[in-house]
Ligand binder design. Structure first.
Ligand code: PHE
Length: 530
């Protein structure tokens, strides 16, 4: 029986758990620096539009799909296609098989195997393939490398309190960070144990189930996260010179906005809201009928954006106040931020750093939990094993698979045999296993999965039926009222009964026409075609 009867205990439990999934490394280090690189507040405006036209419609679709079926995605899609392949799935499957055969012709065995497997699955299993890719494969790959960065945050928490991060010069920070990044021999012990501790922490939570594990832990961890973020924001903005950082982060500079900023914003909207990786559908499957899906999606998105903005303010106010340049990528958080906190008057650098990295660990942990849950849910139904056994088995497999990313994070130095193997099969192995996994998941699986979900909700399951599901738990009138009436706080009952300019119509237009087109553009950008 693939349908399950686990349910959230409370609406806030669900909201905090889903927000916990959404708020992660993407918010704390990625959002601040891509905002900085793309024109500050101008980029934030574009990002909010991407959330509105891509993030929100997809989140509503995934939550509804989960709740309507009470199934993991591997079965949810099947419920509405009755396990049969639709003409669309057959058509796309055939096209993919043909491209797989072409790859044989061009002697690209790796691509050929991947494409042929995918095409055959699509032809035989139809939409179930999408469920398995988004709900099993995507979380499996992402969790393996996400766990590595989670391990680093734990290492940094310990280093902060042990006083090892007391450098005021990022060059010294480099001496600590680079050996970890390059997985040099001297760091193997701590890399292995921190990665283990991180995966184990997520496993313990998932072990106790939806209500007693995920929900309870989120109710403690998420308020902690916001309190810590709040403290860091206050510390940051009260520093002399903080205003330069705030200006950098919050004042719009439309000239720095490049055409591709729009696509970057869309990619970020996907990743940060944990869409197209089985999480939102699985978490939606634990929803009770009386929960308002639209309001929930808006709350989750609001909390996620709040966390991103708070992280940006905390990071940039301190970094600028202390006279540093905002570097890019992981370096910003691991080298520049500690230096900045150490220069804060009062000699409490160890404390600010400690709090910062605890906050980062919490953010990453709640995301990792949400990646593990769909895998465990799948294993329980597919292999008919207990949740406990599924957690133990999957955590072990994920830990071991993640080691490949831990040991090949920035380069292939530690794993030359794997580089050779991948090169033999795919011609190119990229800079490292970590990068390979990330680009495969973020550039291929997420946009294509998102596209498939939009098409499924808009055309296959159908807008009419999705809206019917959304109506359960939504106060009648809200979905059909004119958006202007809603925004102005007037009582929808006093105005026209059904409006063309209503949330329901907005969602249906987006999911059918706008979201898929935007996602296709984001995808073409990700893979370098535009
Ligand atoms: N949403 C998370 C973030 O912003 C990332 C994430 C991706 C979490 C995939 C879970 C799954 O960092």
């Amino acid at each position: 029986m693939e349908q399950h009867n686990e349910k959230w205990g409370s609406r806030w439990g669900f909201l905090l758990a889903t927000a916990g999934s959404a708020i992660g490394l993407g918010n704390i280090w990625k959002f601040p620096y891509i905002t900085g690189n793309n024109g500050g507040a101008a980029f934030v405006c574009v990002y909010l539009l991407a959330i509105l036209f891509v993030g929100l419609p997809l989140m509503i679709a995934e939550l509804s799909l989960g709740r309507a079926t009470a199934c993991h995605p591997a079965w949810a899609f099947d419920k509405f296609t009755k396990g049969q392949k639709t003409p669309l799935a057959g058509f796309v499957g055939t096209l993919i098989i043909i491209s797989g055969l072409l790859m044989v012709f061009f002697r690209c065995p790796g691509h050929a195997i991947l494409l042929l497997t995918l095409g055959i699955f699509l032809c035989l299993k139809g939409w179930k393939t999408v469920g398995v890719i988004t709900g099993v494969l995507a979380p499996f790959i992402i969790i393996s490398y996400y766990g590595v960065i989670g391990g680093w945050t734990i290492i940094y928490v310990f280093k902060s309190f042990a006083g090892e991060l007391n450098f005021a010069d990022p060059a010294q920070g480099k001496l600590i960070f680079e050996p970890i990044l390059n997985a040099e021999k001297s760091t193997w012990g701590i890399l292995l144990s921190a990665h283990f501790a991180f995966v184990a922490a997520a496993a313990v939570v998932v072990f106790f189930g939806v209500q007693n594990g995920i929900e309870k832990s989120s109710k403690v961890l998420m308020p902690m996260l916001f309190i810590l973020l709040g403290a860091l924001v206050l510390r940051g903005i009260s520093l002399p010179g903080a205003s330069k950082g705030l200006k950098f982060f919050l004042s719009p500079d439309f000239s720095a906005l490049r055409p591709e900023s729009v696509l970057i914003a869309m990619g970020q909207a996907f990743f940060t809201l944990s869409l197209a990786m089985g999480i939102t559908t699985t978490y939606g499957s634990y929803l009770k009928r009386d929960v308002n899906i639209v309001q929930s999606a808006l709350t989750i998105i609001g909390l996620d954006t709040l966390a991103a903005v708070m992280a940006g303010i905390a990071v940039f106010s301190s970094v600028f106040a202390m006279g540093f340049d905002p570097a890019q990528g992981p370096g910003l958080v691991y080298m520049i931020v500690p230096s900045a906190f150490n220069k804060v008057p009062g000699n409490l650098g160890w404390l600010w750093n400690g709090l910062f990295f605890i906050m980062l660990t919490i953010a990453a942990l709640t995301s990792l939990i949400s990646l593990l849950e769909p895998l465990v849910n799948f294993a329980v139904r597919q292999f008919k094993i207990s949740r406990h056994l599924a957690v133990i088995l999957f955590s072990l497999v994920i830990y071991l698979f993640g080691l490949l990313s831990a040991f090949s994070c920035a380069n292939w130095k530690n794993l030359p045999w794997l580089e050779k193997l991948i090169k033999d099969f795919f011609k190119d192995a990229g800079p490292s296993f970590f990068e390979l996994s990330d680009s495969f998941a973020s550039n291929w699986m997420l946009p294509l999965g998102g596209l498939a979900i939009a098409i499924f909700a808009g055309w296959i399951w159908g807008t009419k039926r999705v809206i019917k599901e959304v109506r359960r738990g939504t106060r009648s009138g809200l979905l059909d009222a004119n958006i202007l009436v809603l925004l102005t706080g007037l009582d929808p009952r006093d105005y026209a009964r059904k409006s063309l300019f209503s949330p329901a119509v907005f969602w249906a237009v987006s999911i059918r026409w706008i979201t898929p087109v935007l996602v296709v553009f984001a995808f073409l950008y990700c893979i370098g075609v535009i």
